[in-house]
Design a binder for this molecule. Structure first.
Ligand SMILES: [Zn+2]
Length: 298
């Protein structure tokens, strides 16, 4: 479904005439969607949805900037709400993935009824490829908009240090031990992957690095069970998936907001005294790199 190959050398880029020279292929025109900045390190050619793309990786010197805002915010990542900010606002999950996934399953079923490699089969295969593209584009668009919005407004963004890779592995690895949990867990993992938390965090990190801000990662343990007012920790504080009510002091709030407030509090503690169980993100370096995707047209 997708082919790709990389040129480490021998290529040329002519931006004025929107052409790339590819060894053994020659000069190829591309659709100029954005300026390529910096020294070209390599080019990767790939095919997606019937189109060919060239991805150009570059490196460039960049100044260390100071973020235009001085605000610090905590972010809680969830399933029903994609992200809840400690200021009280939140970003709803993108449900279109679900709808598109259903449509994908339906179209794949139709494909299975067709004679392999027949004209109708090829037509159907094309529909599926386009659908994969739509899902990927909708996800990218959502993650870019959300990360840009947060990065633009806050110099310091505190997030939970989620081991996303481990979370999806644990559902597969525990089939024998917890037969019942696996289905629910896979469902949760599916939504984690659907929503691309990992991708979101990497977007947020590079956007913060570009604008002179930073991302702090803090220990996620008990962020949903700790009272932000009196610090009392108990599973009973959590009345339901969405409701938090402290059994000590009676503090009530949305559970995701409580998570975000605790994440922010841990960020403040990390900055104040560098509590060792908390993990900070890498310091930014004065060398940037960039990936530009361009559509090949001929
Ligand atoms: Zn309390």
């Amino acid at each position: 479904m997708s082919d790709s190959f990389r040129y480490p050398q021998g290529f040329k880029l002519e931006q004025e005439s929107s052409k790339v020279f590819l060894p053994k292929i020659g000069w190829v025109k591309y659709r100029n969607s954005r300026q390529v900045i910096g020294d070209v390190k390599n080019m990767t050619i790939s095919r997606k949805g019937g189109y060919w793309y060239v991805s150009i990786q570059t490196e460039y010197e960049t100044e260390l900037k100071r973020h235009s805002s001085t605000s610090m915010i905590g972010v809680d990542m969830g399933v029903t709400r994609f992200a809840t900010l400690s200021g009280g606002s939140y970003v709803e999950s993108l449900n279109s993935f679900r709808k598109l996934s259903k449509k994908l399953a339906f179209e794949q079923h139709k494909l299975s009824k067709k004679v392999r490699f027949s004209a109708n089969w090829k037509k159907q295969k094309q529909i599926i490829t386009r659908l994969h593209e739509r899902i990927a584009n909708a996800r990218l668009d959502f993650l870019h908009k959300t990360s840009t919005e947060i990065s633009k407004n806050h110099a310091m963004v505190v997030v939970e240090n989620l081991k996303i890779g481990n979370m999806s592995k644990s559902a597969k690895g525990s089939v024998e031990k917890h037969g019942k949990n696996v289905k629910a867990k896979s469902g949760l993992n599916k939504s984690i992957l659907d929503q691309g938390w990992g991708m979101f965090l990497s977007f947020l990190e590079y956007k913060q690095a570009c604008s002179g801000g930073d991302v702090l990662k803090v220990n996620p343990q008990y962020t949903s069970q700790t009272c932000p007012r009196c610090q009392h920790v108990s599973r009973d504080n959590r009345k339901s998936q969405s409701a938090f009510e402290c059994t000590e002091c009676g503090f009530k709030a949305n559970a995701d907001l409580v998570g975000a407030l605790n994440v922010l509090e841990r960020g403040h503690r990390l900055l104040a005294c560098g509590v060792e169980t908390l993990v900070s993100s890498k310091k930014q370096e004065p060398v940037g790199s960039s990936n530009t995707n361009l559509l090949l047209t001929a």
